[in-house]
Write a protein that binds this ligand. Structure first.
Ligand code: ATR
Length: 286
């Protein structure tokens, strides 16, 4: 870590817990690469202390912070201004402290789209999103904005119903129909936590997948999930989740430190090494 001056810009990530977060590693890489007089630190804050912590960081001159689980909804309520994307999902992951105000945004959906585009994939295509948690919300909204027609399926129907009330533009698909419906789609997105290291793989038979189907996963550890491995075996184009983690961090870094950072192979390798996973040689770097 470079030696800071008295004018250093400071940002960080608030979570509870926060020790697992890769954001300090990722922002630290960029700070060093661009020779910026700044720091990005982990901030373990329990839920009851969140309002005092956020207002305290703003009062202490922090440039802003990221907000991760379980604080995304509570932080939304503390913002003076929020972006349209954040308002729609009622959650934020990025705060900028400017002119005495707290500005909130949610960058996961845009990060997902940026990752698709970095892999040469145009998001405006018929998509099937699996899952109905916080990530599904962000990604489905971003895909709709990008002009995709989006169908969605979730293992537990009640959870899907709540999402459909928020986003009437989504078309529900029964969970049991997910494999048989694949010929209708150009993009399949796993937003569930299935396939994460230590969890069971996502259950889906890709036998009916059309040869042009693009399979994206937001799980990034392992980098190649069982779903992506199955898709690769069928010769399908795949988009691993690590790039979304990297791309969602770009707007915050740009706002806090004044440089729009690039997502490339060196960053991907650095964060993958921190995660204890290795990026395959064929990865385009994001
Ligand atoms: P969140 O913090 O977003 O709520 P989560 O509880 O891990 O995260 O669940 C996120 C999504 O992963 C949910 O859509 C969940 O499906 P359910 O609503 O049916 O619980 C989905 N999910 C988790 N494990 C899954 C599995 N093995 N198969 C299918 N979906 C799964």
């Amino acid at each position: 870590m470079p030696i800071l001056s008295g004018r250093a810009r400071v940002a960080g990530i608030i979570g509870w817990p926060v020790a697992h977060s890769r954001s300090p590693c990722l922002h630290g890489f960029w700070l060093e690469r661009y020779g910026i007089d700044g720091a990005y630190v982990p901030l373990a804050v329990p839920p009851a202390s969140l309002p005092a912590a956020i207002r305290g960081l703003a009062a202490a001159g922090f440039a802003g912070c990221n907000v991760t689980l379980p604080h995304k909804e509570a932080a939304f309520a503390l913002c003076d201004r929020v972006t349209d994307a954040a308002r729609r999902i009622e959650a934020v992951n990025t705060l900028v402290f400017r002119d005495g105000k707290i500005e909130g945004s949610s960058t996961d959906g845009a990060g997902f789209l940026a990752n698709l585009r970095a892999h040469g994939v145009d998001p405006a295509r018929p998509a099937l999103v699996l899952g109905a948690g916080g990530a599904a919300r962000d990604i489905a909204a971003a895909l709709i904005d990008a002009g995709a027609s989006v169908s969605i399926a979730n293992r537990t129907p009640g959870r899907l119903d709540r999402l459909l009330r928020l986003f009437p533009a989504l078309t529900p698909l029964p969970w049991e129909a997910r494999a048989a419906a694949l010929p209708d789609f150009a993009l399949l997105v796993n937003t569930t936590s299935a396939g994460m290291a230590g969890r069971p793989p996502l259950e889906i038979d890709l036998a009916r997948a059309p040869p042009s189907l693009i399979v994206a996963d937001i799980v990034y550890a392992p980098l190649v999930t069982p779903l992506l491995a199955a898709a690769e075996r069928r010769g399908l184009t795949t988009v691993p989740g690590l790039g979304m983690l990297l791309h969602q961090a770009v707007p915050g870094f740009a706002a806090w430190f004044g440089v729009t950072p690039s997502v490339d192979r060196a960053l991907t390798d650095f964060v993958a090494a921190d995660l204890g996973i290795s990026a395959p040689a064929s990865s385009p770097g994001a």
